[in-house]
Design a protein around this ligand. Structure first.
Ligand code: UT7
Length: 325
């Protein structure tokens, strides 16, 4: 029996040109390179230029994904873009990406699940493809978090950066086993009671302003490792797999300590964890596809590898995905 599955054909990432180092930040707020490196693992982040929007970053990443897939834009019939920093309140930034790529058919929309956004977007695209409604999807995570940071708040402004990453998925008939290429599973969760631990204090309906990111970092940290490890274990169990089957763990890049502790808890050795947080910082929905683009681009992730994604963020939202690359 043949089973329809979403296979990864292309990947791409884009980072804005400007790099902001920890030393640069230490001239802006009361912090130090050693505090930031020790507590987070972050050494630098990229910051979008004035006039450079989330859609621009997303279009670069999407073009790179089309290029690695050897696909043309008119093959795309679905664009799902995860972002919490859209160009405008509406329309969806995905529609600007669609126009920027010259795609004039199919559907394009945004998904908002903060740092879990890419896992949510992947789950949506995958389910549409499995249902037979779309055949070729761009799944994008793109953010300009620099635009919603309070640059006087040292407890948050040192943590985030801007960037975009994309995967190109195409429908394919497979045997359906866990060794057959494609997205094997996605698991999504949320708990709205945790709103106040990580949120933006503005919005069109509440304040009519964009607002700034607010986070109780210590409380988020305390919950993160447990939720992420559970999400990975849930994903492995659903596929009849164990931690030793994982070739690459591609986590949301919030904090090196969270990456390390989660990998330890699920039993994945450090050399199998894709880590970009040192150079990109936390790019929210963009961090997982940026990590995938880097590791697939430099040849670490190979066709047939088992790749597990996991993320957690505001809401709270959290989730995981398993891909046979
Ligand atoms: O992506 C979405 C999910 N987000 C996350 O997963 C982030 C989760 N949280 C974290 O990564 C960590 O909690 C932080 C990196 C945000 C903070 O690390 P921490 O080890 O939890 O530090 P803390 O919040 O307990 O703060 C320790 C101290 C405090 O001083 P006191 O109260 O002990 O005197 C802070 O005021 O460090 C101080 N501090 C800083 N010092 C220098 C906070 N930010 C800074 C800073 N530079 N940038």
């Amino acid at each position: 029996m043949s089973v329809l599955r979403s296979q990864v054909e292309g990947w791409g990432g884009y980072l804005p040109e400007r790099v902001l180092s920890n030393e640069d930040l230490a001239r802006m707020v009361d912090t130090s390179d050693s505090w930031i490196v020790e507590r987070t693992g972050v050494r630098q982040r990229h910051i979008a230029a004035p006039g450079e929007y989330t859609s621009h970053l997303a279009i670069h990443a999407a073009e790179a994904a089309l290029a690695t897939a050897g696909a043309s834009a008119d093959e795309i019939d679905l664009i799902v873009l995860a972002t919490s920093t859209p160009d405008n309140t509406f329309p969806a930034t995905a529609t600007k990406v669609q126009a920027g790529l010259g795609v004039t058919h199919g559907a394009a929309f945004d998904v908002q699940a903060v740092c879990t956004g890419f896992v949510y977007a992947l789950a949506i695209a995958d389910n549409f493809i499995k249902a037979g409604q779309f055949k070729c999807a761009l799944v994008i995570g793109a953010e300009t978090f620099s635009r919603i940071l309070d640059w006087t708040d040292r407890s948050t402004c040192v943590l985030f950066g801007d960037g975009a990453g994309a995967l190109l998925l195409r429908a394919a008939n497979t045997s359906g086993g866990n060794d057959a290429r494609g997205v094997l599973s996605t698991h999504l969760h949320s708990d709205g009671r945790q709103h106040d631990l990580l949120f933006v204090d503005g919005g069109p309906s509440s304040t009519q302003t964009v607002g700034h990111l607010r986070m109780s970092g210590r409380d988020v940290f305390r919950r993160a490792v447990g939720l992420l490890a559970e999400a990975v274990e849930e994903a492995l169990a659903a596929n009849g797999l164990s931690a030793s089957d994982i070739d690459w763990l591609a986590p949301h890049q919030a904090n090196k300590r969270i990456l390390d502790a989660t990998a330890r808890k699920v039993g994945v050795p450090e050399h199998k964890v894709v880590c970009t947080v040192d150079r990109h910082a936390n790019t929210s929905a963009a961090s997982i596809p940026l990590a995938l683009a880097e590791a697939a681009g430099d040849g670490r992730i190979q066709p047939g590898h088992l790749v597990v994604l996991e993320g957690m963020g505001g809401g709270f939202t959290w989730g995981s995905a398993v891909i046979r690359w």
